[in-house]
Write a protein that binds this ligand. Sequence first.
Ligand code: DP6
Length: 351
Amino acid sequence: MTTQEFLGKKEFTINNQMVSESCPSNIALIKYWGKYDNQIPANPSISYTLNHCKTNTVMEFLADENFSVQTFLAGNEEVKFAEKIEKYFKNIEQYLPWILKGRYIIKTENTFPHSSGIASSASGFGAIAKCLIKLDEVFSGELSEQEALRKASFLARLGSGSACRSLYNGLVVWGESQIKGSSDLFAVKYPDDEIHEIFKNFNDWVLLIHEGQKSVSSTVGHGLMNTNPYAERRFQEARENFEPMKKILKTGDIQGFIKLVEHEALTLHAMMMMSDPAFILMKTGTLEVINKIWNFRNETALPLFFTLDAGANVHLLFPNDGNEEKIKSFIETDLLQHTQKNGVVKDVMKF
Ligand code: DP6
């Protein structure tokens, strides 16, 4: 599949439209960290799509007015975001030839706190791409369900890499890998029948260790991989990690899963520590939580583990396997105290 196949149809008829879409966020298990031009990932990644953490977007298109974009987040006008979207729309004109032929009013709302560090760019660009595909179908003709999803994922990727994975439920792969049909241009669903039941009923509770602006944006973070002396080895390792991951998912090897997922999170942070300039994205609370999780596992053998994004917050992962109440009460009594304001976002994976 090449980018040619995503080019927009030359024939189209535009008129005023209002569309709305919703898109969830996702959490990566094998991480995307490092990219080439045109949002091509340096290595494949796999993520879980969340259920409750979503962006809801209403897009109004006023045909034949001068191109401009106005954005509102939770009712407040966001000029910086509008500038970003204008740039994004100009960048994807070849795939949607009508896109600059009108004015946009875009209203978005996240179901999770803005400062939580939950990837709002993933759900945000996912929802925008879905709105654009809806308009494209009205103006240029219907696509099959699979084509529409694929094109939405392709367009979302050009807004924010990880967003392309939010278009599908369950486990989702982006980047050329051993997974059938996978591509650097869009994400694909990991085959459900290759996933053991234990991985289909999973929790992700996000501990808000540090609320507020991240110390490094993902754009800067990805860029630092260009000069990181360990980058190539890391990209290779991420590719190699798909081999054990496939077996783990198939056989329900929860211990293997825990080891691999935690290793991926720590590797992402290690890469940032070895960048120039260096960044330490964890806070004291992050380390205290990690140590407590490891002690808890040693003492109870219960499957509570973590992953991290490029920030201080901790994603607590655990299956609903009959032991989840013990894990939940441990989180409430021992881990919540390390958050800034008792902040926790409780989500589950969407299958
Ligand atoms: C650490 O998708 O936010 O969450 O493509 O520059 O928008 P851009 O980056 P972004 O990077 C996400 C990085 C990550 C890991 C992951 O989601 O795979």
